[in-house]
Write a protein that binds this ligand. Structure first.
Ligand SMILES: C[S@@+](CC[C@H](N)C(=O)[O-])C[C@H]1O[C@@H](n2cnc3c(N)ncnc32)[C@H](O)[C@@H]1O
Length: 179
């Protein structure tokens, strides 16, 4: 996907898809679908914004479980509007979502928040709240230096090849609970 990349990046992307991305997306989609089914009438149209959507494979998996979900993606990735993601897509720029207030029933932030620089995290969440009051945030916690190292390694394998920012630290459970 995207512009021509170096051979090492291409290899990382292939490895990531083979050993992680597909399995991870199916597992996460099952959890996310459960939350949506508990909160919404899944016989009705449910408009969902996938914030920091990546390849939207998680959205596709949720859509298979709940066909009434209607997905739109947004991300900061360069030239992503040229990709065939299978759903509507608009670029997220200057910390402003290109959608009117309450355009969605749910906003999903799936493994996105830790990639956003600290100073802009609150702005992004505020924009998501403007798009809709119901937000599902899934993120990872570090429990010390070793888990931080493992998370950075996993982020390098899963994201660096797409030029996604690799964080220097992650949320602790304590910090996340008071945000
Ligand atoms: C780990 S990927 C997750 C992709 C997708 N949500 C998933 O779960 O498969 C993180 C995504 O966040 C996006 N991202 C990074 N910084 C962002 C920002 N400031 N605003 C919106 N998206 C951002 C990246 O481009 C990347 O697609």
């Amino acid at each position: 996907m995207g512009k021509k990349k170096g051979k090492f990046k291409e290899m990382l992307i292939r490895l990531h898809y083979k050993y992680s991305q597909n399995n991870r997306s199916v597992i996460l989609a099952n959890h996310i679908a459960e939350i949506i089914k508990n909160e919404f009438d899944s016989s009705q149209n449910i408009r969902i914004l996938d914030f920091g959507c990546g390849d939207m494979y998680v959205a596709k998996c949720v859509h298979e479980i709940i066909p009434s979900t209607n997905w739109t993606g947004t991300d900061v990735r360069e030239n992503w509007e040229n990709e065939d993601l299978g759903y509507n897509y608009k670029k997220f720029e200057n910390n402003i979502l290109p959608f009117a207030d309450n355009s969605f029933d749910v906003v999903l932030m799936n493994d996105v928040l830790h990639h956003i620089i600290d100073e802009e995290q609150a702005l992004s969440v505020r924009e998501c709240l403007r798009a809709r009051k119901t937000i599902i945030i899934k993120d990872v916690f570090e429990k010390g230096y070793f888990s931080r190292f493992i998370l950075i390694l996993m982020d390098i394998i899963g994201n660096w090849a797409y030029n996604v920012r690799i964080p220097k630290h992650y949320f602790s459970e304590k910090i996340f609970s008071i945000l």
